[in-house]
Design a protein. Structure first.
Length: 421
């Protein structure tokens, strides 16, 4: 079945270009709708089943950002992915694209291969989200017909348990379970993103904590079975007089699928490192921890010099090979605690857990390494680097702005060098 794509741009020639691209290369896959205004675009959305929107930013009366907000506020339309197609590529515009609900952006003039790939990715991702939702509902109905792990406990000792608990832990009787485990809480594995006892204050009651968290979110625990395999369970808890009733539902298969889809959403498709959105999330988390737990942190934006010449001379496929080769080269020279992401196009960003002086040495070594590395088909390339250090009161925007200023200075002063701010 064809996917319906709505292209909105106030310049007719741009719509013609987009329509021609899809009809020439993907005619059997997509049905293209076009609109020269936001008002007409909304009318099309309300009367047609649209699967994806390509939206221009700069339009009269209602611009792309305002239209995106209107779409996301509509219950029937809010899940339609929006890809902004814009000639503006400054940080403020890019950030705004995501803030108003955009799934992605492509800069004008766009690369046709990149645009088609991004359209294909977001359509498939939406289909997978729908499928995952159906699978969750289907799995939940099946689980409701099965015996969950159900037990009664005072918080320290299991008082009673059903056969499913005994089977899972491979014990014959409740007495054996009580002697071996006392309570199920000791079985929770310490896995990031999952509930376990190390997350609690000394005085906190673990079940009361779960009950409180369940008011706003699911609580998931990881438990090892008799064959040493890790299972993921959602856990429900309810107070029953001076005891508690717990019910654990196995969601291992769904969790694995969810992690797979999260990887696709958080990692750059080409280079398989973090994308810009995930980098911002990780940095926000670190900022919330409080000045990176007083660790020194440096930020680097690096840009491949004259990359457009590479694409123009050798083709975009060769350019993709360069991007992947560069990513692998840099990844081998940084630590697991550092964060490396594709910032956009031929730009990458690094967060290094060290001060600016030491970061300068690391980055200079990377610069020399890239300069000396032979790249398949294109030969040698160079990169320019902008470096800055985290300062008290910094936001992601202020940090990246300084790094971007330093990068600009590196390019203006001759490229293939590291400049700092």
């Amino acid at each position: 079945m064809k996917k319906n794509i709505l292209c909105i741009d106030d310049i007719e020639s741009n719509l013609f270009t987009l329509t021609s691209l899809f009809e020439h290369t993907q005619n059997s896959l997509y049905e293209i709708f076009t609109s020269l205004s936001a008002e007409n675009g909304l009318e099309i959305l309300l009367h047609n089943k649209i699967d994806l929107i390509l939206l221009d930013v700069m339009m009269p009366e209602i611009d792309g950002f305002m239209m995106a907000k209107m779409i996301k506020s509509n219950k029937k339309l809010k899940n339609i992915p929006i890809i902004f197609v814009t000639a503006k590529t400054d940080d403020a515009t890019i950030e705004k694209c995501y803030e108003v609900g955009g799934s992605d952006y492509v800069s004008k003039p766009f690369n046709s291969v990149e645009l088609l790939k991004r359209v294909d990715f977001h359509l498939k991702f939406r289909d997978k989200e729908r499928l995952l939702q159906k699978e969750k509902e289907y799995a939940q109905n099946i689980v409701d017909l099965q015996d969950n792990l159900i037990l009664v406990t005072d918080g320290d000792q299991v008082i009673n348990a059903n056969q499913a608990v005994l089977d899972f832990f491979d014990v014959e009787t409740l007495l054996i379970f009580q002697k071996k485990y006392h309570c199920i809480r000791q079985s929770f594995k310490e896995v990031d993103g999952y509930f376990h006892l190390k997350l609690l204050d000394d005085k906190a009651n673990w079940i009361d904590t779960i009950i409180e968290r369940l008011k706003s979110d699911d609580v998931v625990v990881a438990i090892e079975d008799k064959e040493k395999r890790i299972h993921n369970f959602t856990i429900k808890a309810k107070r029953f007089y001076d005891l508690y009733i717990l019910s654990l539902t196995d969601i291992t298969v769904i969790a694995k699928r969810t992690r797979k889809f999260e990887h696709q959403a958080n990692f750059d498709t080409l280079t398989q490192i973090y994308n810009r959105n995930m980098f911002n999330q990780l940095m926000e988390e670190k900022l919330k921890q409080g000045s990176f737990n007083n660790l020194s942190m440096s930020f680097v934006i690096l840009d491949i010099d004259h990359f457009k010449n590479v694409n123009d001379t050798y083709g975009h496929l060769a350019g993709d090979v360069v991007l992947k080769h560069l990513t692998a080269l840099v990844s081998k020279r940084i630590r697991e605690s550092d964060i490396f992401a594709r910032w956009g196009g031929e730009e990458f960003i690094l967060a290094l857990e060290t001060d600016k002086e030491h970061a300068m040495k690391i980055v200079e070594n990377i610069r020399i390494l890239i300069e000396k590395e032979p790249f398949e088909e294109v030969g040698n390339i160079t990169c320019s680097f902008g470096l800055t250090q985290f300062q008290k009161g910094d936001t992601i925007k202020s940090i990246t702005n300084r790094a971007d200023e330093a990068l600009y200075e590196a390019k203006e002063s001759g490229r293939n060098r590291v400049c700092t701010k």
